[in-house]
Design a protein around this ligand. Sequence first.
Ligand code: SF4
Ligand code: SF4
Ligand code: FES
Length: 233
Amino acid sequence: MQAILEILRRASAEEAPHWEQFPYETADENETVATALVRLNEVLCAAGKNPIRWECSCLQKKCGACAMVISGKPMLACDAKLTDVQKHGAVRIEPLRKFPVITDLIVDRSILFENLRTLSVWLEQAVIAQGDRAALAYDASRCLQCGCCLEICPNFCPGGSFFGMAGFAPAARLIAELPKAQRDALCKAYRAHIYEGCGKSLACRNICPAGIDIEHLMVNTNAAAVWKLPWRK
Ligand code: SF4
Ligand code: SF4
Ligand code: FES
């Protein structure tokens, strides 16, 4: 397959972004955007040109580092097959737009981790989730902190008091795991930084590359943290 890779580039945060086009031929039909970026960079480096800067670690949909906007949709580059994302022979690749761009496709997502610190989503001691709460905790634990859900969320802006689904998932995990007597402070933070800011539009429902069932998790977490329904003890 032949495609044009259109990549939004900038050398530094101070520079205005510009599009660059690269004709590209895939090695096989299952090639991903991540593989294409690796192969393209080999060609650019061999020609003495600047490679495309982007982040990756696992290349197996496990670290979230390679999140970017591909043909208009936030995705993991290592999970985006070129044949699925090309439109009219072109694949447009941009950095996530809710975070400051450092260079090319690399963004600064440190606000995500500051938000987790504000929520205090860590355990002081080991706990074992009971019953159906264990399944909820497991689902929530699969969050990669990739930021894809924040890209399409109409209510999230970095630095705001609403932390979006990237804050929701780790909080939901702990609310499911902790016994009721130990989660008052977390539930208070959850109401302030997640529940009250979320418009419940569920635009984020089908975007999570980890496949977290956001709707199911949200219903159950709200029942425990906001409505305090008796079966959520
Ligand atoms: S439900 Fe809507 S407002 Fe809430 S996190 Fe998802 S996209 Fe954002
Ligand atoms: S909830 Fe899903 S889309 Fe959002 S940060 Fe976590 S893994 Fe990424
Ligand atoms: S490189 Fe780890 S999720 Fe893509």
